[in-house]
Ligand binder design. Structure first.
Ligand SMILES: Cc1cc2nc3c(=O)[nH]c(=O)nc-3n(C[C@H](O)[C@H](O)[C@H](O)COP(=O)(O)O)c2cc1C
Length: 295
């Protein structure tokens, strides 16, 4: 067992990154069943009992360990942590801001804490706060990021050099070659997002999955949301946003995510994805993906 599989309780050190409304329990459970570590998302959740229900459904689908992500910008994060611990979750990732105020509660709840970090400085801070591990998330990743992006290739070994806790690499990994590269950089595990959207088990709309499959290496752009940026597929909405042709920013709420990510309304919101979309050309089952990665 590696330090990371020990921490997660999974067979392989492969975390399915949290992904808003499309981390459906079927996807999370499929990742855990295939030997990885599925994660529920709570980032923009507005209902504590809905989060409990997702954890309960996941538990019915698998008895293998799974976790959840807590997003510091969500004012309900403490409540989510309590409910997740009550439902048997033992490991959480924390992202979207400093976890300083949250860590004492997570410790009281008996939770292991993995902090998602975008820079060496934040990684050292997380270690100082007592994090059990960090996810070093490079700027090619899909989803929310800050304005000082560092690529996975540079960030991961730099973080490995500076902290004494396990480092998990995220950003740009979709297959066995990315996995091996991450381990060669000194990471002890990987977190994968975009590749798990283009799967049979993910609840994302076919138009979302097919846009990932059709994307070239240049198929994503960074949309400025003022407090943060989102790396998203270059849909016509995103092209207009990048050219400054939209008078307002797109909604980034639970409802907007449901309408665009699950119902396929491409004008309702942006479709986050990493640059690795350019390397994804098939919709596979979660098991096929994990099997290829660890083969
Ligand atoms: C659609 C989407 C939504 C995401 N939502 C979250 C989130 O709620 N919390 C979080 O910590 N990371 C989130 N991420 C980041 C992923 O968990 C993961 O770190 C990232 O996708 C890794 O890079 P990759 O897309 O190149 O695999 C999201 C990514 C995507 C593509």
């Amino acid at each position: 067992m590696s330090k990371v599989t020990d921490l997660l309780g999974s067979q392989y050190p492969i975390i399915q990154g949290a992904m808003g409304v499309i981390c459906n329990p079927e996807l999370v459970a499929a990742v855990s069943e295939a030997g990885g570590f599925g994660l529920l998302a709570t980032a923009f959740a507005e209902d504590v009992e809905a989060v409990r229900e997702q954890a309960k459904v996941t538990k019915k689908l698998t008895n293998k360990p799974s976790g959840a992500n807590l997003f510091m910008m969500n004012p309900l994060t403490e409540n989510f942590a309590k409910v997740l611990a009550e439902e048997g979750i033992r490991t959480v990732t924390v992202s979207g801001g400093s976890p300083k105020a949250l860590i004492p509660l997570l410790r009281d709840l008996g939770l292991k804490v993995i902090v998602v970090v975008p820079t060496v400085e934040v990684a050292k801070g997380a270690e100082g706060l007592g994090a059990d591990a960090v996810v070093a998330e490079g700027s090619e990743s899909g989803g929310v990021q800050g304005f000082k992006g560092v690529s996975t290739m540079v960030l991961v070994p730099a973080v490995v050099d500076e902290v004494n806790i396990p480092v998990i690499a995220a950003g740009g990994i979709s297959d066995s070659c990315g996995y091996k590269a991450a381990l060669a950089l000194g990471a002890e595990g990987v977190q994968i997002g975009t590749r798990f959207i283009a799967t049979k088990e993910c609840i994302a709309h076919a138009v979302y999955k097919n846009t990932i499959v059709a994307a070239a290496d240049t198929g994503t752009g960074l949309v400025n949301m003022l407090r943060f940026q989102i790396r998203a597929l270059r849909t016509t909405l995103v092209e207009r946003l990048l050219k400054g042709q939209e008078s307002s920013m797109p909604d980034f709420t639970w409802q907007a995510m449901e309408d665009s990510w699950i119902k396929g309304d491409l004008e309702a919101g942006v479709l986050p994805a990493g640059q690795v979309a350019g390397r994804i050309s098939t919709i596979l089952s979660v098991r096929e993906i994990i099997k290829e990665i660890v083969a």
